[in-house]
Design a protein around this ligand. Structure first.
Ligand code: AP5
Length: 218
């Protein structure tokens, strides 16, 4: 499986990417998770990225492209990948074309998950993540089995992301419309993207994506 997941912040890219990557033995490549890991580990990249992320701004293209090139050129990406949160600008999309061609790992499908904007704000304001393994929950939609405890790794103490405050979410949505919507058009012009209704349950959205992948293989 070689897949790109698009969509506004909060549509469920990370949730679906984790499920699909695990099921199909692919690598889940989330630029957001990679940046947050760099911040947690105090790397120079993390220090540079933090200011942008806290404000809901995009991290500069050159930093993101170098980071993604390394992982897509690795041996594990050859077995399959799910890209989540990249590309987010036309410059990133153009760079991705070259990276995929050089690494010889072309995409099978690009999927745009579509959710109503107010629903996205509701989802992000209730999101909780595990700081240990990155598992994603929601206070009401997808609570963990035991309160404040990660179902996947048992870590106690789920957190709310700093950029999930409503004001920052609204700014991230503006940034999405300005910088990332043109990327969708870039892929639409190539006839390479399909929309999926992300307003349904997590299981139904996974099933819709799986059906599209089946059709692409048929
Ligand atoms: P990033 O981490 O990529 O954030 P994002 O794209 O804004 O997306 P989110 O992670 O917020 O949402 P999601 O779509 O993954 O939804 P999720 O599955 O969690 O980026 C963060 C920052 O890093 C950016 O602002 C930028 O600064 C920087 N950055 C990252 N990549 C970059 C790049 N390429 N270039 C430049 N800068 C970059 O779900 C959300 C909630 O909804 C959860 O609570 C979940 O449980 C719930 N949910 C999911 N699906 C459903 C469903 N079907 N029904 C009900 N609830 C659901």
């Amino acid at each position: 499986m070689k897949l790109i997941l698009f969509g506004m912040p909060g549509v469920g890219k990370g949730t679906q990417a984790k499920i699909l990557a695990q099921k199909h033995g692919a690598v889940h490549i989330s630029t957001g998770d990679m940046l947050r890991a760099n911040i947690q580990n105090g790397t120079p990249l993390g220090t540079m990225a933090k200011g942008y992320m806290d404000k809901g701004e995009l991290v500069p293209d050159n930093l993101i492209i170098a980071m993604i090139e390394e992982v897509l050129s690795s041996a594990k990406a050859k077995k399959g990948y799910v890209l989540d949160g990249f590309p987010r600008t036309v410059a990133q999309a153009e760079a991705l074309e070259t990276i995929l061609w050089r690494a010889n790992v072309p995409i099978d499908k690009a999927i745009n998950i579509v959710v109503d904007e107010e629903e996205v704000v509701r989802r992000l304001s209730g999101r909780m993540t595990c700081p240990n393994c990155g598992a994603i929950y929601h206070k009401y939609n997808q609570p963990p089995k035991v309160e404040n405890t990660c179902d996947s790794c048992g870590h106690i103490g789920l957190i709310q992301r700093d950029d999930d405050k409503e004001e920052t979410v609204r700014h991230r949505l503006e940034v999405y419309h300005k910088n990332t919507e043109p990327v969708l058009q870039f892929y639409r012009n190539k006839g390479a993207i399909v929309d999926v209704d992300g307003g349904k349950s997590v299981e139904e959205v996974t099933a819709s994506i799986e059906r599209l992948l089946e059709n692409a293989r048929a």
